[in-house]
Write a protein that binds this ligand. Structure first.
Ligand SMILES: [Zn+2]
Length: 318
């Protein structure tokens, strides 16, 4: 993923959330809980579940060689978080590289009709084609990748010019025992009050991204929203609607569970949560996963539940 360099190294596991600095803080006996997809599960409840995962593996992807992983991200791996422009950019860039990597992998692994027919021993497999729903799914993935590549190129231009201040960020300090870490990006569709921000059905328009991470510390955590100065429409409105919410801390967890599958959970916190809270979080994770049952206004559907005793401090912008 280190494009435009003369990289020839072997790929290693890159942590999108620094293992030593952030992930280990929410781990217990070196394990966190991570979302796992089991497409052949027997019941609907077992399709998406939180499962224990070792912190050597959790949040990783095979996107960089060890040289570039060390060189590009030393600022976040080797120093405490202090909300500098360059540190936030490094965190954003690493998590976004994973988003791009996963979107490409998703398209590569999408089955070809001829291959499926051949697999099942059907005659003339080349005569099979996708149905309308599969065609729509395929087109949607292509459009998502198109916008993700464009956004990634914009991030790389900022990196090359070292114009890290072009990323606008809102940082919310949290106090109290941290319960999750998260790092990812998404296209905000609706804000926290249900106002539509971007229209996913318009396949011609390029969507704007917002980055979100929750970075645990020994005494709390930092929640960080970031977006590009040239992609502020939508993302800025989204962030304001979240930080103005009366239950800001729980809302920050809700955003992570609604939009970012690269979320890692403290096992004892999850096990002590009530069933109502657990079910709400599983529902949030399931939003928009089923193409036959797309649900909108996802963060506006926050069920007014308390998830954590952490306290949000005053948000600040940079
Ligand atoms: Zn490299």
């Amino acid at each position: 993923m280190a494009k435009g360099t003369d990289c020839s190294g072997t790929m290693v596991r890159s942590h999108t959330v620094s293992r030593a600095r952030y992930l280990s803080i929410v781990a217990e006996e070196n394990h966190v809980l991570q979302w796992q997809h089991s497409p052949w599960a027997k019941t609907k409840e077992e399709v998406i579940t939180l499962q224990p995962t070792g912190i050597n593996v959790a949040s990783t992807f095979n996107g960089f060689c060890s040289h570039h992983d060390t060189q590009l991200f030393q600022e976040i791996d080797n120093a405490p978080f202090c909300a500098t422009y360059s540190q936030i950019f490094a965190q954003v860039f690493r998590a976004h590289a994973r988003e791009l990597y996963c979107k490409q992998a998703q398209i590569l692994s999408y089955p070809d009709p001829a291959d499926i027919a051949d697999f099942h021993g059907l005659e003339n497999p080349e005569n099979y084609a996708r149905g309308p729903l599969a065609e729509l799914e395929s087109t949607s993935m292509d459009v998502g990748l198109r916008d993700t590549i464009l956004h990634h190129e914009r991030l790389q231009a900022i990196q090359n010019a070292k114009e890290y201040h072009r990323l606008r960020s809102c940082v919310i300090p949290l106090s109290g025992t941290p319960v999750i870490s998260t790092a990812g990006a998404f296209f905000p569709d609706f804000n926290a009050t249900g106002k539509q921000l971007q229209d996913f059905t318009d396949l011609q328009s390029v969507l704007n991204s917002v980055h979100f991470s929750i970075l645990p510390t020994e005494t709390g955590a930092y929640a960080v929203f970031s977006f590009l100065d040239t992609e502020a429409i939508g993302p800025e409105n989204f962030v304001f609607s979240v930080i103005e919410h009366k239950n800001l801390t729980d809302m920050l967890l809700w955003v992570a569970f609604t939009y970012i599958e690269n979320t890692h959970v403290r096992p004892s916190w999850w096990n002590a949560l009530g069933k109502v809270q657990q079910d709400a979080i599983k529902t949030a994770m399931g939003y928009n996963m089923d193409i036959r049952d797309p649900r909108l206004m996802t963060i506006a559907e926050y069920p007014n539940l308390g998830f954590t005793n952490q306290m949000a401090g005053k948000p600040f912008w940079l």
